[in-house]
Design a protein around this ligand. Sequence first.
Ligand SMILES: [Zn+2]
Length: 210
Amino acid sequence: MATCISKEISCPGCTAVNKRQMWIEIERSADPQLREQILEETLFDWQCPDCGYQARMVYPCLYHEKQGKWMVYLSPSGRTQQVIDAERQYPGLSDVKKRLVLTPAQLKEKVMIFERGLNDVALEMVKLALQELTERKQQARVERMYFLTDSEELDYLGFSMFLQGEEKPVYQGVRLEVYEKSLQAAHRVDFTETGFQQVDLAMAKTLLEQ
Ligand SMILES: [Zn+2]
């Protein structure tokens, strides 16, 4: 079951005070609609019932699968006391992947990766290689990059990349063997499941440098 709290917020547009539902804990199979909203990146969108003002208000939210082997904590302020408390609440789960993400887009990405049974450490290594390649080719900095899709049939893993100053993403794919190689590398590096960890490009870089 999902845990929902309601909080009064004052509209930045008209100052009217309204109650807002906030989903602080979501279980995947019990809440298919909330899962959809995560994948559409609309879960944190808010609209004022009085004036129609729209805003995205991101708050801490723990997403997990009861039977599954993973949980993702979205915490816009990073590793807060709340995250540490959640670690205490779910101790000793060394076979469970626990991740910390900062944005709704990162939450969506982790959900997509884990639902497909992919290894996110390996995927971050693939992304790192793609980032370096793209930056060399395009002579522009890659600001954000997300896993998009995979297809065995097409022998393809797809990513979207946002180059500095560009609003629209560019799409880039690699063959599955690139992922397989990264997967082997991911098993060789010194990575252990502990608390809620930020598995991202920076971590991939650190792991590969070691
Ligand atoms: Zn309003």
